[in-house]
Design a protein around this ligand. Sequence first.
Ligand code: FMN
Length: 322
Amino acid sequence: MKTKITELFGIEHPIIQGGMHYVGFAELAAAVSNAGGLGTITGLTQGTPEKLANEIARCQEMTDKPFAVNLTFLPSLTPPDYPGLVQVIIDAGVPIVETAGRNPAEYLPALKEAGIKVIHKCTSVRHSLKAQSIGCDAVSVDGFECGGHPGEDDIPNFILLPRAADELEIPFVASGGMADARSLVAAMALGAEGINMGTRFIATQDAPVHQNVKDAIVNASELDTRLIMRSLTNTERVLNNDAVERLMEKEKALGDKLRFEDIVDEVAGVYPKIMHEGTMEVGAWSCGMVAGLVSDIPTVKDLIDSIMTEADSIINKRLSNF
Ligand SMILES: Cc1cc2nc3c(=O)[nH]c(=O)nc-3n(C[C@H](O)[C@H](O)[C@H](O)COP(=O)(O)O)c2cc1C
């Protein structure tokens, strides 16, 4: 399938794996890229420029296809060495960067000068237009359904995607709630040039995370995610568990007085324990409503192949028969 996104990134299928903290290691990024999609290494999981350079080199050994690095800009008391991370991305010849969290304008000139394509992930039409105006090549439009940070507008993709299509000139992919061929075809009908998936890619054999994480997604329904940290204007969609219930009790009790320090036990530093050790109840971890559509743990290649085959059948058989 040729779309503006496959052309822009030089990939075979319009399917992107979004950056995911403690999931987006070289193994997953390479598996997605080798299957014809666009895999993404998560920069901040590596943390330092040296470690990121090493992870990029590992990925380059596993694939000769294009892959991306995600740079998430988060408010932080001790910010990561972003200029250093950008420099190793440039030095390693990574062709695509996925930015998220806030406006990437500060780093755009360096990335563009190096010929790197930038896809900015954001949750609103106004942020998408901003990304376009500062020179991003594409946008990943992340609807309210998404795992991770859906923003504060709460606009689901059935509204957000056609709104983005009405306003944007640069190509965009649909992110949030995407799981299968139906998602891909629907997203294209709403104006997207492809899809970005997070949660669905965690429940694959290639995702380098503990089996408990994959099983938790398979066992979850669409009713099992919760929104946390709303009063901190840092809303995150996570899978419900004991830690999330504890956290929500504190949110309820403290209301607008809640500070980050009050919930630090449930959210800080929990990803390695969950993703590597499989201690699922230790804290809150991002997960999309799309978990309700995930019932198997295929290889990345089988997943992508089946999406493309079934998309063809939906377009050429089901839809063309109407
Ligand atoms: C476990 C997990 C960790 C994530 N970490 C990040 C991250 O570090 N940076 C980022 O930009 N997006 C992150 N995301 C968001 C994904 O890249 C993607 O936008 C989102 O999962 C799409 O929604 P979906 O889960 O419904 O497919 C994360 C998502 C999950 C599920």
